[in-house]
Ligand binder design. Structure first.
Ligand code: HEM
Length: 410
């Protein structure tokens, strides 16, 4: 069949359907929609274990933070359009809230052109946050948290605009890459009327079932990453992460420091195993601190070998990063990224590194300043992207007409 006659056939078909609908007063269409819904319900009942798993959306805090790592992730940042004012931004956030609530239970958002891709929740989460420019551009300077600005420059930085900053962040994750893609597409579709996409940075962790739950994964240098972290669901976690005092629109939210950190694997791979372990201060195979047996054994920074040398050297990453006081702690939720291989064979890989905390100035900053001065890991890692975000609190299902960020606009 030629293209033209095929088009003719399709148009003819559409016209005939129109005639049928008006002639039979929609009875046939109603019946077929009912059958479709029944098939859809039956399909959902047969979801596989990975598809079926669901993360709650409603609650005091947004999801996607105190959440075991999903396998796939995308950090999508937006720049507000000049014509978007606070009232428009409020409409946008309302729309997004409804979309995320649906996607989190595996439903298609309203007016979805491809509802077939809403195959199930697969632990979908989308977390909404705002950057410093959001307040300045929307005339909300009085709502801006004190000192909420992009990070100061560090010696190790080689930041690139295309991986950095932004006014609004949607951090979207799922255990299935097609479900993630569908979620990103849906949320971006409902956002582009208000803002332009500044970047989308994709990452991944281990597949489900490969490592025990939690926020630990193997990063691409081979290390077990995410061990020394406050435990999900603990009061320790609450105290480190969720904002308790601050602007009322932020209570129950948190601050996120996002860093895209490139790894130079060519030279890293030339190191022997012992040297690699000394750089971090942990065993490569099981993540145990040097001198200990198991990953979760307490670190002994004073332990020495037969020659009196520290088992965990002065330059080791965990020694430099370890909190010097109880308030100087962060929650890390690291994902890997890989965007191919350079022509001379160097993989373009690294971490989409995240730190969540109540206060960037007393938690992330002192740690990063120490690492900037001395951390042997800096020889093989380069921060090339950076952003700070105020993550909005959650939405309570019971509260009438609530949506993400509502208090910001009141
Ligand atoms: C590509 C860059 C990085 C890599 C590959 C990396 C890797 C690691 C690894 C393997 C550990 C030990 C296991 C664990 O506890 O998770 C660790 C611990 C840690 N890292 Fe990093 N890291 C990177 C960047 C950073 C940055 C930028 C910071 C903060 C500014 C940081 C802060 C920490 C902290 C606080 C710990 C726990 C230290 C402790 O045991 O008390 N890391 N990192």
């Amino acid at each position: 069949m030629s293209k033209i006659s095929r088009r003719g056939f399709l148009f003819g078909g559409a016209a005939a359907t129109g005639a049928l609908v008006s002639a039979s007063a929609g009875a046939a269409v109603g019946a077929s929609l009912g059958a479709e819904a029944a098939t859809e319900a039956a399909n959902k009942a047969n979801l596989t274990a990975v598809l079926k798993r669901r993360e709650r959306f409603f609650g005091q805090h947004q999801n996607g933070i105190e959440t075991e790592l999903q396998t796939f992730t995308n950090f999508v940042a937006f720049d507000l359009k000049p014509e978007t004012d606070a009232a428009a931004a409020a409409r946008w956030f309302k729309l997004i809230t409804d979309d995320i609530a649906r996607l989190s239970v595996g439903e298609a958002p309203l007016a979805d052109p491809t509802p077939q891709l809403a195959m199930g929740p697969a632990r979908f989460t989308a977390t909404l946050a705002v950057g410093p420019g959001f307040f300045d551009k929307l005339g909300l300077a009085d709502k801006k948290p004190t000192g909420f600005e992009q990070l100061p420059a560090f010696n190790v930085d080689q930041l690139r605009e295309e991986y950095s900053y932004g006014d609004v962040l949607l951090h979207i994750s799922a255990d299935d890459p097609i479900i993630l893609s569908h979620g990103v597409r849906s949320l971006v579709r409902d956002s582009v009327g208000f803002a332009k996409v500044r970047y989308s940075q994709q990452g991944f962790s281990n597949a489900q079932g490969v490592v025990p739950g939690g926020v630990r994964q193997r990063n691409l240098m081979g290390q077990v990453d995410g061990t020394d972290n406050p435990e999900i669901g603990s009061s320790d976690f609450n105290n480190i992460v969720w904002v308790e005092n601050g602007p009322d629109w932020l209570i129950g939210g948190t601050f996120l420091v996002f860093r895209r950190i490139a790894m130079q694997l060519g030279t890293w791979d030339a190191l022997g195993r012992t040297d690699k372990e000394l750089v971090i201060g942990r065993n490569l195979q099981n993540g145990a601190p040097l001198g200990k047996q198991n990953e979760n054994d307490p670190i002994d920074f004073d332990a020495v070998d037969a020659n009196g040398l520290k088992l965990i050297p002065e330059f080791a990453h965990i020694r430099r990063a370890h909190a010097t006081n109880p308030t100087e702690r962060i929650f890390r939720r690291p994902f890997n990224y890989e965007v191919g291989v350079t022509p001379d064979g160097e993989p373009d890989v690294g971490l989409l590194w995240t730190a969540y905390q109540r206060d960037i100035s007393t938690q992330f900053l002192p740690i990063q300043k120490r690492l900037d001065q001395l951390d042997l890991l800096n020889k093989w890692t380069v921060p090339i992207g950076s952003a700070v975000w105020a993550v909005l609190p959650g939405v309570e299902q019971s509260a009438n007409g609530d949506y993400l960020g509502k208090k910001l606009f009141q």
